[in-house]
Design a protein around this ligand. Structure first.
Ligand code: ATP
Ligand code: FE2
Length: 333
């Protein structure tokens, strides 16, 4: 259970771990008063850390102004500032934390450092109405099977190399697709008729994708693109489904909740739905708008942490590029 909070509280949050700069305001019951976002894009699809920092620096003032205007709140009615402290890209994190610190100092407000992965989980739980789910967090950079246990979100399994979204985007690029390639690959998946043998790499509860990527890329030109895309995705998603099912069996959790950009994949959803229906597990997908990076999830987590006395003074506002989900002490549930 989340702490009981007054509706008229307001948390203003900044997200800036990677490509998206966001500013949001939520109330004490997770009502979204404002949700402003702007994502960095580039022609090559890459993210240069310095350019990301410049993007966020340039965008935050206008995003902040718009968010405050839409929220209908003056600064005097904001109770705390939250920001994404990590994990993420160093330069982007620094800019975001600095902006948050300045706001907190200028307005004399408490500040809450929020773990980005925890925030993905908290907003998904709220929107899905999930109580104690096993979480499959699948995005560009992250792939983890997570569950709450004893004061922390524990990691039961994860990728040992790249995130599954990264796998899709890199392989799609090799097939000449634009960035991000996930949505197009997901369409191709359902058009394929053949499967070819490719590596399937599960190590205990962890998965590895780079061998699968290399093997699939070596077959470009020797097998059809649809066959390759289907076979590559089939293996990647089956690997994820296997470790997720084992984590469900191990933890005894009754709901599976999926979030992160790759949660939008119909192919992944289909495979997970079959596994869940086979064992009577409820499957809950985070609404797409809030499964990708945004500041609403930071604001809602910040609000809960504020209620649990986790706000600090601006001098204690840190960043951590490798801030693991299981490093955060969860005292607000
Ligand atoms: P994080 O910082 O949490 O790692 P991220 O910045 O990598 O997040 P998200 O926006 O959560 O990104 O997810 C982006 C990924 O989702 C991309 O790799 C993209 O290809 C993939 N994706 C988006 N839609 C689909 C889809 N329909 N099917 C498969 N993959 C998809
Ligand atoms: Fe994210």
């Amino acid at each position: 259970m989340e702490p009981k909070m007054r509706k008229n509280l307001a948390c203003l949050a900044l997200e800036g771990t990677a490509h998206t700069a966001g500013v949001a305001v939520v109330d004490g019951r997770c009502g979204v008063l404002a949700d402003e976002r702007h994502s960095f894009t580039s022609k090559t699809g890459g993210m240069v850390p310095r350019e990301l920092a410049e993007h966020h620096t340039a965008r935050f003032p206008a995003l902040l102004e718009a968010a405050l205007a839409k929220s209908g709140k003056g600064f005097g009615e904001i109770d705390c500032i939250a920001y994404s402290a990590g994990p993420g890209i160093g330069n982007a994190l620094s800019v975001t934390a600095t902006a948050a610190r300045i706001l907190a100092l200028l307005r004399g407000l408490p500040i809450v450092p929020v773990n980005h992965a925890v925030a993905h989980i908290e907003i998904a739980k709220k929107l899905c109405g999930a109580k104690d789910p096993l979480v499959l967090y699948v995005s560009g950079g992250n792939t983890q099977v997570i569950g709450y246990e004893n004061g922390r979100y524990r990691v039961y399994g994860e990728t040992l190399d790249i995130g599954v979204g990264n796998l899709l985007d890199s392989f799609g690029r090799s097939l000449g697709m634009g960035f991000p390639a996930g949505p197009e690959l997901d369409r191709v998946y359902f058009e394929a008729v053949d499967y070819i043998e490719l590596p399937y790499s599960v190590k205990g509860m962890d998965v590895e994708f780079s061998g699968l990527q290399t093997a699939a890329e070596r077959k470009i030109g020797k097998a059809g693109n649809a066959t390759l895309a289907y076979s590559m995705m089939h293996n990647a998603f089956a690997m994820l489904t296997e470790v997720t099912e084992r984590a469900l069996a191990h933890t005894g959790k009754k709901e599976l909740m999926v979030t992160g950009g790759v949660a939008a994949s119909k192919a992944l959803q289909k495979m997970l739905a079959e596994m869940c229906s086979g064992r009577g597990t409820k499957l809950k997908m985070c609404p797409r708008e809030y499964a990708t990076d945004n500041a609403v999830n930071i604001a809602w987590t910040g609000m809960q942490m504020f209620g649990a006395k986790r706000a600090v003074t601006a001098d204690k506002a840190f960043t951590n590029q490798d801030f693991r989900v299981d490093a955060e002490e969860v005292n607000w549930l």
